[in-house]
Design a protein around this ligand. Structure first.
Ligand code: PLP
Length: 464
């Protein structure tokens, strides 16, 4: 640990910011090389004559600037500014403070930074930046539409229809736009009783009512949809037919055909969420292909490239896409053409394919680790899924299991986050494999999970 004691007397402003500025200066001057372990909050506070809270705030500010990184139980280190690597840090603390973060589906493809660097250089060197600042009309330039259509055809098995595509600021924004296009407050939306938590949140915010439908290991059960359409007249079906979040179910082709036909029979429109659609090797027909006249299809580049790459697509046939255009005006008149240009270049150069392939490989390798460690326990997954769905053995209940995992440094997400309305939640947790930086971290986290599952449940507290 370094004995770093900066002189902050000459730096103006609040003390915490002066410390963060001193850190920035000394990292830049290589007084503090990458990997240096910084003094504890208490030590530095003592040496500088400030409170521990001031140092905590200073370190948080420096972390926000990307200068340093904290690691639970191991201290705070200087980051390598060039590579962005967490030098000397094996297990870094996640945003939720867990040692191994298996709770959220956040990912970035291996090598994404290099691809982006190259493409950004091309954009600045070759693209007409004035044109990319255009704000006159909310459809994409033809070259961008064509690239998106190529991508959706190549990786998502969607027929090539450039005119049907609109760009959004990621998948969540595509969902917002789709719901705004098709629903009014108070409308009923049918969906699997377990569904993507971001959609639950969205529906609550927009004043939509959700009706949970029965599902099994293969996804939504068509008879349940039929009964709901007959008795409750939903406006829309929202579903994730390919690698469902959280169960990883892939809806078989016969069910897709049946579901499309039920929706058409009862005049129900479909929002098909396909953010994971590029992952499976076997590509089934999309609902948007089986029933294009009643389906809004959404996907994004988040899972194929990086969650922070905020480009998504929403696809609708004539008759629907005009409603998308109108709904889009509520949240953004048009997406960022700079991001769209970047996406176009990644797609047309083949870089996006390389990144998506690496995501698939990485997902497969992480699933193999899960197979090694979790075989014998009851869980649902697919060979290239980025998460898995673990059904807890007795006597575990999900909140106690989540607390025990957390106590041992692993974050997982309980079924409650995905359960519609007041339906009873399964005794299950979702384990995401995509967020940790390395396979070793995934292994560490899953070993802890397997250990908990195999051991005695000791955490239960009696309430009297
Ligand atoms: C099923 C599903 N739909 C939509 C989204 C949102 O996608 P994006 O990250 O592109 O906003 C997610 C994100 O995890 C998701 O799991």
């Amino acid at each position: 640990m370094t004995n770093w004691t900066p002189d902050i007397s000459a730096i103006g402003g609040p003390r915490y910011r002066a410390i963060a500025d001193a850190l920035a200066r000394d990292i830049s001057d290589r007084v503090l090389p990458p990997g240096t372990r910084l003094p504890t909050h208490r030590d530095l506070a003592y040496k500088l004559g400030v409170t521990v809270g001031t140092v905590t705030r200073a370190y948080a500010e420096a972390e926000r600037r990307g200068l340093i990184e904290g690691e639970v139980g191991r201290g705070t280190y200087v980051r390598d500014q060039e590579s962005g690597n967490r030098t000397a840090i094996r297990y870094s603390r996640s945003s939720t403070g867990a040692l191994v973060e298996l709770g959220i589906n956040v990912s970035s493809a291996p090598g994404v930074a290099d691809s982006l660097k190259q493409m950004l250089q091309e954009v600045t060197a070759q693209a007409d930046l004035n044109q990319l600042m255009d704000y006159s009309n909310n459809t994409l330039p033809p070259a961008h539409m064509n690239a998106a259509a190529n991508w959706l055809e190549r990786r998502f098995n969607l027929p090539r229809r450039p005119d049907w595509i609109r760009m959004t600021n990621g998948g969540q924004h595509a969902l917002l736009t789709a719901f705004l296009s098709l629903c009014r407050p108070g409308d009923l939306v049918a969906t699997e009783t377990l569904t993507y938590s971001g959609m639950r949140h969205l529906a609550n915010t927009l004043g939509l009512r959700l009706e949970g439908l029965a599902y099994d290991d293969h996804g939504l059960i068509p008879d349940a949809l039929d009964a709901c359409c007959r008795q409750r007249a939903p406006r829309v079906l929202y579903t994730v037919p390919t690698l469902h979040n959280p169960t990883t179910a892939i809806l078989p082709e016969e069910r897709r055909i049946e579901i499309a036909s039920i929706c058409r029979r009862y005049g129900v429109q479909i929002i098909e969420d396909d953010v994971f659609g590029f992952l499976p090797d076997e590509q089934l027909p999309r609902l948007a292909t089986l029933a294009p006249d009643i389906t809004l299809y959404i996907t994004s580049l988040s899972k194929c490239i990086a969650t922070g790459f905020r480009v998504g697509y929403i696809v609708g046939a004539p008759g629907l896409v005009e409603r998308v255009d109108s709904a889009m005006l509520v949240s953004q008149s048009m997406g960022s053409l700079v991001m769209s240009e970047l996406a176009t270049r990644l797609i047309e150069s083949g870089e996006a394919d390389k990144l998506a392939d690496r995501q698939k490989e990485e997902a497969a390798a992480r699933q193999e680790i899960a197979t090694d460690l979790l075989t014998g326990f009851d869980y649902l997954t697919k060979p290239k899924a980025q998460h898995l769905w673990l059904r807890l053995p007795l006597p575990w209940r999900r909140e106690e299991f989540v607390a025990e995992a957390r106590r041992r440094g692993v974050s997982v997400t309980p079924a409650d986050y995905f359960t519609v309305g007041h339906a009873p939640s399964e005794q299950s947790v979702r384990i995401s494999l995509s967020q940790p930086q390395s396979r070793e971290q995934v292994e560490t986290g899953l070993r802890i999970i397997a250990d908990i599952l195999a051991g005695q449940a000791t955490l239960f507290k009696a309430v009297i």
